[in-house]
Design a protein around this ligand. Structure first.
Ligand code: SAM
Ligand code: SF4
Length: 266
């Protein structure tokens, strides 16, 4: 699919849930989160149907995200069903890693190719502060399990923002070097002001090269992370929702009304 600005759109990011077992300061408020009603969340069947149609239309790269994708019950079944779709060349997941120790092998067996794991510091106390409740040992165990399961290349997503300092970011870079993991440094994004940056070591944030569309857990397809434009796949049907999203994908992102990442998936 080619959009108005001659960008080839071939990358679909699917948020499978708005729920999460952490409360990262830059992603979610500590309380008062309005969670989606269960009936508003797309079923696995709807997600798989949507993905098949998207792949028929030219999507070759799929990433599962959230909220935390591994808190969605039955996630392995979804991974298996998506891995079965012919035409997907790259199938990945972004996870906070806390539940990976128990799921890494099943994910790999189900056909997931690789994972990005979020880690903003290697210091246990700082990690607990950033995530408000996280246990870093679970993430280290998750990374090891992903390595053993062969979910390669494993990339670490490290958000740098006003909450963190240089030694947090450096500690993750060093951890990456020691353990043979790629590290992507993501500057904290601010939706209200439209502040976003090109990801160091990655491809996100570069509007001219943007090849992405996003499906939220309640079935809205978004052509741009930094825009409020969305199309409802339940109302329009996947094909029309995708066509409209590609046709109306903005040239660049800007300030927007939604202000937390957990509902969209990053
Ligand atoms: N729960 C999973 C995780 O943390 O990896 C997947 C969902 S999370 C929303 C996806 C990515 O978005 C994570 O790497 C997270 O660090 C990043 N993220 C969340 N809020 C952000 C913000 N305000 N600015 C930049 N990155 C953000
Ligand atoms: Fe949860 Fe990921 Fe958001 Fe952290 S960044 S609160 S792990 S969804």
């Amino acid at each position: 699919m080619i959009d108005r600005f001659y960008r080839e759109i071939n990358y679909l990011r699917i948020s499978v849930t708005d729920r999460c077992n952490l409360r990262c300061r830059y992603c979610m408020p500590s309380e008062g989160i309005k969670l989606l009603k269960h009936e508003d969340i797309l079923s696995f069947e709807e997600i798989v149907d949507f993905t098949k149609i998207a792949v028929d239309m030219g999507i070759t790269k799929v990433r599962l995200t959230g909220g935390e994708p591994l808190v969605r019950r039955g996630i392995i079944n979804l991974v298996e069903a998506i891995a079965d779709i012919d035409g997907i060349e790259d199938f990945a997941m972004t996870t906070n890693g806390t539940l990976l120790a128990e799921h890494a092998k099943s994910l790999a067996d189900a056909g997931l190719a690789r994972v990005n794991i979020s880690l903003d510091t290697t210091d246990a106390e700082r990690y607990q502060q950033f995530t408000r409740c996280g246990d870093i040992e679970q993430v280290f165990a998750g990374i090891e399990a992903a390595q053993i399961a062969g979910l390669n290349p494993i990339k670490l997503n490290c958000v740098a923002g006003h909450f963190s300092n240089q030694s947090d970011t450096e500690s993750v870079k060093e951890f990456g070097r020691t353990n043979g993991l790629e590290v992507r440094i993501i500057q904290q994004m601010l939706f209200e002001t439209g502040n976003f940056f090109v990801v160091e070591g990655g491809t996100g944030g570069d509007c001219e090269k943007c090849n992405r569309i996003r499906l939220s857990s309640d079935g809205k397809i978004r052509p741009c992370l930094f825009s409020d434009i969305s199309f409802n796949t339940r109302q329009l049907g996947p094909k029309q929702a995708i066509q409209q999203a590609v046709t109306q994908k903005p040239e660049t992102g800007g300030p927007c009304k939604h202000n937390w990442m957990h509902g969209i998936g990053g």
